[in-house]
Design a protein around this ligand. Structure first.
Ligand SMILES: [Fe+2]
Length: 248
C-alpha cells in the first residue's frame, strides 16, 4: 500500500521534511503546515501572486497534440550560503529525449516569468524555503532552479494531462509540485514510486499551498488526468507551480 506521510507541523517541521526526503524520497505538506512553516497566508498578497496564472501562454510544443497546457518558464541560481536567488538570462527550455520521451530532444521557447512574479514576496518565501530544505537534505550549496507555472485546463469531453509523459523522472535532483488552485476539476492524483516503479505514495493536492516534493534521483512520479466537474460552468483548470532543483 502506498504510504501517506506528514504530520502537523511544529518548529521541527522543516527537519521532518528533510528526514522524509532522506529516508522515503518524498514528502507531502498540507496547506496549514506549509503556511505556518513558510510564513505564507492566503491573503490579498497571495491572490496577487496567484493572479499570474491568468497570464500564462499555451504550450504549442505538445507532441500529443494537446492544447490543455499553459505555462511560462525561467531559471535561477540559488546559493545556500547567503540564501540568494539570481535570475538567469532567459533561454529555451530543453530536456533530453531519454528524460522526456514526449517533448524532449529539442529546445522549447516559452515566455519568461513576469518581473512582478519574479520579484513577488510570496515567490521569495517559497523559493527560499525549498532552497533551505534541499541544502539541508544534501549538504549541497549551489543549485540551478527551474520554475514552471502551469495551468492545465479541462474541457467538456477532453481531459487535461498534468503529466502527459506518464510515470517519469525529470532528470534533476528534486521536484516540487506546489498547488496554487483548482477550479471545477476532479482528478489530479499525484503518485510516487521507487526506482523499481513500485508505488510508495500518493496524494491529491486540492488546496492552495499544499505541496508535494520528491527526490528525482531515486523516485518516479506521475499525475492523473483532470476532468471537468460541471460542464455548464465557464472554466475548469488546475494551477500548479513546478520547481526543479538541480545541483551545480
Ligand atoms: Fe515531472
Amino acid at each position: 500500500m502506498p504510504e501517506r506521510v506528514g504530520k502537523p507541523i511544529k518548529k521541527d517541521y522543516l527537519q521532518e521534511c528533510v528526514e522524509s526526503l532522506r529516508t522515503r524520497g518524498w514528502w507531502f505538506s498540507r496547506k496549514e503546515w506549509t503556511e505556518e512553516a513558510f510564513d505564507i497566508a492566503t491573503d490579498p498578497t497571495w491572490n496577487d501572486f496567484a493572479d499570474h496564472w491568468n497570464h500564462l501562454f499555451r504550450d504549442e510544443y505538445m507532441r500529443d497534440g494537446g492544447t490543455y497546457r499553459y505555462r511560462r518558464y525561467s531559471a535561477f541560481e540559488f546559493d545556500a550560503a547567503d540564501g540568494s536567488f539570481r535570475l538567469l538570462p532567459h533561454e529555451p527550455y530543453e530536456q533530453s529525449k531519454s528524460v522526456n520521451k514526449l517533448n524532449g530532444g529539442f529546445p522549447r521557447h516559452f515566455e519568461p516569468l513576469e518581473l512582478t512574479f519574479v520579484e513577488h514576496p510570496t515567490l521569495e518565501k517559497i523559493l527560499t524555503n525549498f532552497g533551505r530544505i534541499f541544502s539541508s537534505t544534501t549538504g549541497h550549496r549551489h543549485w540551478n532552479v527551474k520554475l514552471h507555472p502551469y495551468r492545465i485546463i479541462a474541457r467538456e469531453g477532453v481531459s487535461g494531462e498534468p503529466a502527459p509523459e506518464g510515470l517519469h523522472q525529470d532528470g534533476v535532483d528534486f521536484i516540487v509540485s506546489y498547488m496554487i488552485g483548482r477550479v471545477n476539476v476532479i482528478g489530479g492524483l499525484s503518485t510516487v514510486t521507487d526506482v523499481r516503479k513500485q508505488p510508495i505514495g500518493e496524494v491529491e493536492m486540492d488546496r492552495p499551498n499544499d505541496f508535494f516534493v520528491c527526490n528525482d534521483r531515486n523516485t518516479y512520479h506521475d499525475v492523473s488526468s483532470v476532468v471537468i466537474k460541471e460542464p455548464k460552468k465557464p472554466f475548469a483548470y488546475r494551477d500548479v507551480l513546478v520547481i526543479a532543483f538541480e545541483k551545480i
